[in-house]
Design a binder for this molecule. Structure first.
Ligand SMILES: [Fe+2]
Length: 270
């Protein structure tokens, strides 16, 4: 009889333990019940800035699909600063590769293809993690080079003209002072990257540089003009002398286009 009471006692203790432990379980929340993660991109709508073009005067850079733009001049048109072979390789191979890689990355996310490259770059954190770096490098490469071809011209060079000349003098003291600072910023960029004249959110001109293919729009800056300081931009003619390339590049700057972009940047904040 004693052993029977003891067994019943143990049994009751076990039952009570189950009851107590069950009561201690956390109440599942709506979030923890979900087992299927929604892609980040699907949760993040295009922002209000997605319609503002930076690549062209009248349109943003399409990602559906991204396309290699035609050079607005012949390969040998910029010989004053850049040789034809470099131009061909730079445009047909390097820029083309950025376009192809961007399209490959976006294949998996058709919704993202509906957005402009500018919009994708301005909202990097909203992109799915598995393609974020690829879009940053190749979307940035596509946008940067699209701008680069336009702000050079066979009949470019010389002193700046128009409003940008006035603004450069006001901001940097003189064109020579501006050119010196710009070249220094290009030389200072360690490794590969770009040097830029940008408009900041306070409407001021500013010189900056970016690593790799990062675009100034990722930091809320509007790129007015930029020079590519990757070795692929100058190595065939200038070898390891980036400084010589930076100095000579001014012979092909398209001041008409730079002026247009400077004015556009006043109306179209990033
Ligand atoms: Fe390049």
């Amino acid at each position: 009889m004693f052993f029977l009471r003891q067994k019943i006692g143990y049994f009751l203790v076990v039952i009570m333990l189950f009851v107590v432990l069950g009561a201690c379980q956390p109440v599942p929340t709506e979030q923890s019940q979900s087992t299927t993660a929604t892609p980040v991109a699907a949760q993040t709508p295009a922002t209000t800035t997605s319609s503002i073009p930076v690549a062209y005067p009248d349109r943003a850079l399409s990602a559906s699909p991204a396309q290699l733009p035609k050079l607005p001049y012949d390969y040998n048109a910029l010989e004053k600063a850049i040789d034809a072979e470099t131009m061909k390789l730079h445009h047909d191979r390097h820029h083309a590769t950025y376009v192809d890689n961007l399209n490959d990355a976006l294949k998996k996310y058709p919704d993202l293809q509906k957005r402009s490259v500018e919009s994708l770059l301005r909202n990097m954190e909203g992109l799915p993690e598995d393609i974020r770096t690829t879009v940053r490098n190749n979307g940035g490469g596509h946008l940067n080079h699209t701008i680069f071809w336009q702000i050079m011209a066979p009949n470019g060079g010389g002193q700046p003209t128009g409003e940008i000349a006035t603004e450069i003098n006001k901001t940097f003291g003189s064109f020579e002072g501006f050119r010196k600072q710009f070249n220094e910023a290009g030389s200072d960029r360690f490794g590969s990257g770009w040097v830029w004249l940008v408009r900041n959110p306070q409407d001021q001109l500013q010189i900056t540089n970016t690593p790799n293919q990062d675009s100034p729009i990722m930091e809320g800056l509007y790129p007015i003009m930029g020079n590519d300081v990757w070795e692929h931009a100058y190595y065939l003619r200038y070898r390891n002398s980036r400084a010589d390339y930076l100095n000579n590049w001014w012979n092909v700057v398209n001041w008409t286009e730079v002026n247009r972009r400077a004015q556009a940047s006043l109306q179209q904040k990033t």
